[in-house]
Design a protein around this ligand. Structure first.
Ligand code: ZN
Ligand code: ZN
Length: 59
């Protein structure tokens, strides 16, 4: 299982990557996708903090 966090470069705020189908979502082309890439799951935008997109960090 992939464990990842989203971290803000500016303020250091950390948040867990959203989970879909019991796995952390993956980042592709500025969007977060479900690992299973099912069309039912779709995608969602990367959360923003301090006016910029948060960094995806694997732990
Ligand atoms: Zn899913
Ligand atoms: Zn921030």
């Amino acid at each position: 299982m992939i464990i990842a966090k989203l971290v803000c470069e500016v303020c250091g705020n950390e948040t867990d990557v959203p989970v879909c189908c019991e796995q952390s979502m993956i980042v592709k082309d500025d969007y977060m996708l479900c690992c299973c890439k099912s069309e039912d799951c779709g995608y969602q935008p990367i959360p923003e903090c301090c006016g910029q997109k948060m960094n995806y960090v694997r732990t």
